[in-house]
Design a protein around this ligand. Structure first.
Ligand code: HEM
Length: 177
């Protein structure tokens, strides 16, 4: 069993990914640091604010449920034995959840007024790479399959998920507002 969740990524891609995420985080802190600090200082951690979640538009509810479930399913897939029926079944479930998370995000705006924001690039990237990763699996191109799937998991799921919890965004309000 492969216990290393980063096993499928190339060291170069991994460093570039961390570097880009770090740069995006630094830029966010520089641009919104003072605003975020004010919000952090007034944080009151609590369990999920169910009424606030239920008050959100359906598309945001679908997005959050699909995205959060996909992180859990993706983590299980990365740690479990590859290639067997379990991996294939969970793989289809994960790919469908990611497609739902990225697809629904195309109908969510707010960070950039009424327009798509830079995070939507991740949505396009995810929707473009998922079919490539599935196609690679069906062609038994294990290397490409590994690289694209782990890239989408870390690059989209984890990075977009982490950014979703920044002070001021909805996930922050759901647990800290
Ligand atoms: C655990 C994972 C994730 C969580 C908890 C999450 C949560 C959210 C929430 C709550 C919003 C509504 C806006 C707000 O934050 O106030 C949102 C917007 C968005 N999410 Fe996610 N998300 C996750 C993963 C993803 C993924 C995997 C993608 C793309 C591949 C994505 C792309 C977007 C985009 C493009 C928006 C719209 C941003 C804007 O307003 O311009 N998210 N997300």
């Amino acid at each position: 069993m492969d216990l290393n969740p980063l096993a499928g990524t190339q060291p170069g891609n991994r460093s570039a990914g961390w570097l880009l995420s770090g740069a995006a985080l630094v830029a966010t802190v520089l641009l919104f640091g003072r605003q975020m600090l004010r919000i952090v200082l007034h944080a009151t951690p609590h369990g999920l604010d169910v009424p606030l979640f239920l008050a959100q538009p359906t598309v945001i509810q679908i997005h959050v449920l699909a995205a959060v479930t996909s992180v859990a399913v993706g983590a299980v897939i990365l740690w479990a034995r590859k290639g067997r029926t379990f991996h294939r079944t969970m793989g289809w479930i994960w790919a469908s959840l990611m497609a739902a998370a990225a697809g629904s995000s195309l109908f969510i705006v707010g960070l950039n007024g009424d327009h798509w924001s830079p995070i939507h690039l991740l949505s396009g990237w995810t929707l473009a790479l998922l079919p490539v990763a599935v196609w690679a699996a069906r062609r038994h191109n294990v290397n490409l399959h590994k690289r694209t799937m782990t890239g989408v998991f870390w690059g989209a799921s984890i990075v977009a998920g982490a950014f979703a919890f920044l002070p001021g965004r909805l996930m922050w309000s759901l647990f800290m507002g």
